[in-house]
Ligand binder design. Sequence first.
Ligand code: ADP
Length: 613
Amino acid sequence: MKLTYREAWKRNVRAWRIWWKLCPSVFLSSALTSVFEAVAPLAAIYFSARLISELAGKRNPQTLLQWVLLILITQAVLQLLKGLCSHWKEYALDIAYRMDDQVLMEKMTSLDYADIDRQYTYDLFSQIKQNENYSGFGIQMAFHIFEHDFVLGLVQIIGGTALSVTMFLRRVPADSSLAFLNSPFLAVAVLAALLVIAVLSPFLYSKGQQYFSDYTPKARFGNRLFGFFGFSTTEQKRASDMRMYRQQENICCIYFDRSNMFSSDSDIGKAARGPMGLLTGASAGLSMGVVGLVYLFVCLKAWGGAFGVGEITQYVGAATQFFLGISALLDAVAEIRINGEFLGTTFEFLDIPNKMYQGSLTTEKRSDRKYEIEFKDVSFRYPGTEQYALRHVNLKFSVGSRLAVVGPNGSGKTTFIKLLCRLYDPEEGQILLNGIDIRKYCYEDYIGIFSVVFQDFRLFALPLGENVAACCDYDRARVQKALDDAGFGGKYTPDTWLYKDLEKEGVEVSGGEAQKIAIARALYKDAPFIILDEPTAALDPIAEAEIYSKFDEIVTDKTAVYISHRLSSCKFCDEIVVFEKGRIVQQGTHDDLVADERGEYYALWNAQAQYYV
Ligand code: ADP
């Protein structure tokens, strides 16, 4: 459906409001910069005209000096003021641009996890970024329209009108053969012709530019390809694969040949050589027509004796400013519509609602850490899928116990953890904490009781200590203890930078070392529940044995939940639950479960037992 102008306007106004909230001073500083920018040439036009008139007339040195001084002083003052305001504007804009990114970042981090996990959200976000990078349209463009086109355009129109109005009022002497130039009809006709050209020229220009915005979806894809393939050959983490499989050739082929986005043969290249070029050229030609018509009218009037040579300069200059203003204003009108389309994507993203119920109960900070979790007939399907990832799950576990979750790939183990941490809510059934539905707790409070090491954990290119503590201001002794407990002690200090992205002395850690750091981060949080999803997958057997042998000591009175494929490491847990196809098919201690020869656990155990004998 085509966007109405009203709706486009509303979206731009909303973007202005965002700017206003981010940094109100950008409006004042930009408006003032634009005013001084527009007034400086008008002042120059006015005083130069007086100077030329004097030169062509009486040539009084005193008066000439006066006009020269006025030109110099007004220009110096106006340029100085413009410079000052422009610095102020740059400063304010710098703050606002950073905060503009923050608006998107804050939205991203406050989204319901289920929404972050959706392709739709990811697509919206990358579209916004692509739009900003490709054409600058979006929230930032809304501001540009305000400062550059609206304010500058308005001041140019007002100033240009003020300086050129007498062009029509001053009369050619009645006895001149050019007296017909005094006719009001002629004045109206000239004005009308000027206005038509003034409107037509930007109209043709914006028609030409329309090719750019029509090309946006394709260019967006091209930009995506560029963003991904353009840099992948230089990524250190891909270097080994690149060499082994000569991927650079394949990638160059995809990037350069298959994506015909920006070459001269691309659609936009063809348009630029064809209709787009014609329209832009016609627009530029018409703008020149305006100047030509003004020159003709003004010079004829001057020839007829209506005014002198100084006024010719004034009227031509003022009329040029006037039409520049009209053109800027019309640009703004056209851009508001185009930007409205792009802002649609931005606001669709910013308006994604938080549907998860947010309760207000606090999870008491119990010194006895007495927490009991119960899954009551919980079923769950990932949004947009038909298949149940969990089906009728019933489970109770209380504080201090060691719970192992085992089962084949895709049986629902990670999903179980995601529901426990309220990344998703169950579709049916309830999860209870101390008898109360977890939805009724304040979300921040609730997730505060869990330390989780997800399978796909990520560390930051920051000092080791900051990674472990997840903040800059941390307790070194506790960080060191957490690292020691996770088996990472000694090798690096908390000040050692991880990775080389930001620090040339940064260290590269192996997968196993990274996993130990992630475990240390979970230990540092010191939450009553510690959950490890495949906690030792990347560890060597010795490191794994070390972790497990002292796990009781590390976990102390916390409740530990581990998901593991290695059944030998679950053997020591108080309770083991076996998942299969989203259901709990067995539950009990290792000895109970291994005794059931027809059970899934027995099969899994025996499949691995040969490695442990
Ligand atoms: P496990 O941890 O036991 O290997 P998961 O809990 O990750 O298994 O997955 C259980 C099922 O849910 C699988 O069929 C998987 O394909 C599906 N699944 C997991 N994550 C998603 C997701 N984000 N969207 C849709 N389906 C998913």
